[in-house]
Design a protein around this ligand. Structure first.
Ligand code: MG
Length: 458
């Protein structure tokens, strides 16, 4: 596996023991700490940073290395231990830290780990800031301090408790508790189980927990997609549960299985959360350009509207803050509620979906039927920058009658569906996402783009 270490807006990702080593992690900590310290006066104590890690076995090693790097440039570290990604976002704002670091490779397979950075607002750095941190890392522009000025590490174990409290504050827990829901929870041996079990207990739910030991040794492929959740579906049926919840290893994404043991698809997580949000309020929602139209349907029915953003959690969260959105997120099961934090959170998603079920008295499958369905197709193919540009230009000519959004590649919206073409930030690949009322309608768009692609690449 001769893969490159990937450094993007949201941080660094690599393969442990190959390109992601403690030395690299320490230098990344030095770079981030030096950036945060900026022009802090000499003699003044440095800023503080919360550091958390998901359950991957290498997490402790990498977290220690990052904290050593932070301390070496005079930054104080708050070691949160084994926590979720949204948990770090919550704690850094709780303590008024200048930044946060999460050791996680999210849903990537076992050999990977990563280092994700957050700024004081709880969001990933915008591209210009990420570029400055990256430059410091590569140029080794570190502001080392002498022994008396070194940062120290303080241990804190309150993350889950504070996180649960914040989530409970946005739902009516008594109303949910009265339903005594039975839930099967699959946390794929990630960081999510302890805090999710705590939340669900507060909501009066009976929980059958699968893969709830946070060992980092994933019982199945960690991405919460249909192919990886057969065991959860089976268990929901066996247990006669009301719902099945699947978290990814750092617990920012949630996939849902209905009461019949059917995986409903991650796009529905945000649509259901939005349905709850719009049941009592009206206003604006935000979602990235690759997310299903279901959220537009839900918002429109309640007199609201959806702002579309480029792909990337920070883009959605930024739009939500700028427009005071009542709900937002991504079609991959990432739900954001600003009252809890500007970060995707599987606990928020669980609570909002349970609240919707409790207040309507409906089952997940009934709620899904009300939202309706689309056919969605996702694919990717190799294309360098020049080829991607050609494909987009030709598609614009072909789809001249469509409404176009060019903030991230190009999204073409038609009455009966849409097409989103975008390039990857990390590899020479182009992604195509098509959604339409049914497969036949989607197929017409897919075929049209395939034709353009063949002529542009040929
Ligand atoms: Mg994740």
């Amino acid at each position: 596996m001769a893969e490159e270490l990937i450094i993007s807006v949201s941080g660094m990702r690599g393969i442990v023991g190959e390109n992601l080593t403690p030395a690299i992690a320490a230098e990344y900590g030095c770079a981030f700490g030096s950036f945060l310290k900026g022009d802090t006066d000499a003699g003044e104590r440095g800023p503080s940073v919360c550091v958390g890690r998901d359950s991957r076995v290498s997490g402790q090693m990498l977290a220690s290395a990052v904290m050593a790097g932070l301390c070496s440039v005079g930054v104080e570290a708050i070691d949160l231990g084994l926590v979720t990604t949204p948990g770090v976002g919550i704690m850094l704002r709780h303590f008024g830290c200048r930044g946060g670091v999460i050791i996680t490779a999210s849903h990537n397979p076992l050999p990977y780990n990563g280092i994700k950075l957050l700024l004081d607002n709880g969001m990933a750095p915008p591209p210009e800031t990420a570029a400055q941190i990256r430059r410091r890392f590569f140029d080794k522009q570190f502001s080392f301090v002498g022994s008396p000025q070194c940062g120290r590490v303080a241990v804190n174990s309150e993350t889950d408790q504070i996180h649960v409290k914040k989530v409970l504050a946005v739902v009516q827990s008594q109303q949910i508790a009265r339903r005594r829901y039975k839930i099967v929870l699959d946390s794929v041996n990630g960081a999510g189980a302890p805090v999710a079990k705590r939340l669900l207990a507060e909501l009066g739910c009976e929980v059958v927990a699968l893969n709830d030991e946070p060992t980092g040794l994933f019982a199945h492929e960690p991405e919460p997609t249909a192919a990886n959740l057969g065991g959860l579906c089976e268990r929901v049926r066996q247990a006669g549960a009301d719902v099945g919840f699947a978290q990814d290893p750092d617990a920012d994404r949630l996939a849902i299985v209905d009461e019949n043991g059917l995986y409903i698809g991650e796009e529905y997580t945000l649509a259901l959360a939005a349905k709850h949000a719009y049941s009592s309020r009206t206003g604006t929602a935000a979602a990235n350009l690759s997310t299903s139209r279901m959220i537009d349907d839900v918002a429109k029915a309640a007199g609201g509207r959806v702002i579309r953003t480029p792909v990337g959690e920070a883009n959605v969260a930024g739009a939500m803050l700028a427009n005071d959105c009542i709900i937002g997120g991504e079609g991959n099961g990432g739900v954001i509620d600003l009252r809890v934090g500007p970060i995707r959170d599987s606990l928020v998603a669980m609570a909002l979906v349970l609240q919707l079920m409790a207040q309507t008295g409906q089952t997940v499958s009934q709620l899904v039927r009300q939202i309706g369905s689309y056919y969605m197709h996702k694919d990717k193919f190799a294309a360098d920058a020049g080829q991607a540009e050609r494909i987009i230009a030709r598609t614009k000519q072909r789809f001249a009658g469509a409404a176009m959004d060019t903030s991230d590649g190009c999204r073409f919206d038609f009455d009966d569906g849409w097409v989103h073409l975008r390039t990857s930030n990390t590899e020479p690949v182009m992604r195509i996402i098509v959604e339409a009322r049914d497969e036949a309608a989607a197929r017409r768009y897919i075929d049209a783009v395939s034709e353009i692609r063949e002529s542009a690449l040929g």
